[in-house]
Design a protein around this ligand. Sequence first.
Ligand code: HEC
Length: 404
Amino acid sequence: MIDPQISEWVSQLLRWVHVVAAIAWIGSSFYFIHLDLSLKKREGLPAGVGGEAWQVHGGGFYRMQKYVVAPPELPKELTWFKWESYSTWITGFFLLVWVYYLQADLFTVDPAVRALPGWQAAAIGIGALVVGWLVYDGLCRSPLGRNDAALAVVVFLIIVAAAYAFTLVFSGRAAFLHVGAMIATWMTASVAMVIIPNQKKVVADLLAGRVPDPSLGKAAKQRSTHNNYLTLPVVFLMLSSHYPLAWSSRWSWAIVGLVVIAGAVIRHFYNSRHADRGSPWWTWGVAAACLALAIWLSIAGKPGSAVAAAPQGASAAAVSAAFDDAVLAIQSRCAMCHAAEPAHPGFPIAPKGVRLDTPEEIARHAQAIRIQSVLTHAMPPNNLTGMTPEERQTVAAWLSTLKR
Ligand code: HEC
């Protein structure tokens, strides 16, 4: 068994590298989308150049020119952008294994959903990533792939269906993370297996004096467009683990669909502006409506509810008794992890620094307790300590005596 302090550090360092890699990937990808869309045709561009953009950054002026297929002669030094993507996926995969498979009982397996052994949860998760890629890649290569709009609709429906399927086997939190991991796998595998290989084939053809097959470029462009529109939803899904309202809801799979639409239309707004095709402000209206509906679904479909407000003029003694009962429930169901020295194995200190072992600490964390264990059942994780519905009611009864 790994020392929990080392394990905690491995988590933190892996997450650090993963986020830095993702920033590099998304940054370069947003940059190139912007550059590509803002290129302008001008008089006097060299042969083969389709457009040019002038940019200023960090004290210098840049004159970017894009060769539509390739320059007549390839330079010796050519920068390929691929490791930003690969390293994001690789570190993400390690993080998935480290957090969601090696600590499956905390994060992935919810016995109320399905009591899987940890290794089965891992096998289902990794299997889903592989199958998800085969389905997505197959669709893009199939005749459907020639119709961009129809393909987009089918890919969207697959994302929502996968989200629903994951909620049947995993905790809500792990379900969201696996949808994000599935889409992110499409994105990186597209770079590794379509975008870069096709570009290499084009280069090889040009060097050999052959005319490259235009379908190579078209397929790469299609994947790259999907990647662009899927970036924002993936980031939402990856960050969602800390916000249980979205993934605890009965409608969590629909919330995934709404977030995909919202993220995609916001990308569309920026893409249109970069390309000088005006500012489609309607996209913000659509995104706001989708997110408002997502928020509503998260509240309407949450597992728990606060009990009715405390009776008017409840006596001070009744309020104090409600608090004492709640403290008892929390100390018996939460404090084995959330204590200065947790009794539960695997925790060097209270998770996320949240201590719930004294009445003062419990009172201080009232609102967090409301979100994590009354409105949602995110805590205890996968109800490891068997908190009963009555105990949640007891906590809710105390919370209802507080002024918000
Ligand atoms: C088995 C150990 C365990 C038990 C029992 C437990 N928690 Fe937690 N708690 C965790 C872990 C692990 C995290 C960190 C989750 C993460 O990484 O996002 C956490 C995080 C939290 C957070 C911070 C959430 C955030 O992201 O800011 C709160 C609040 C919390 N728990 C409340 C509770 C309450 C209330 C109970 C009892 C009803 C409880 N916990 C029971 C392990 C536990």
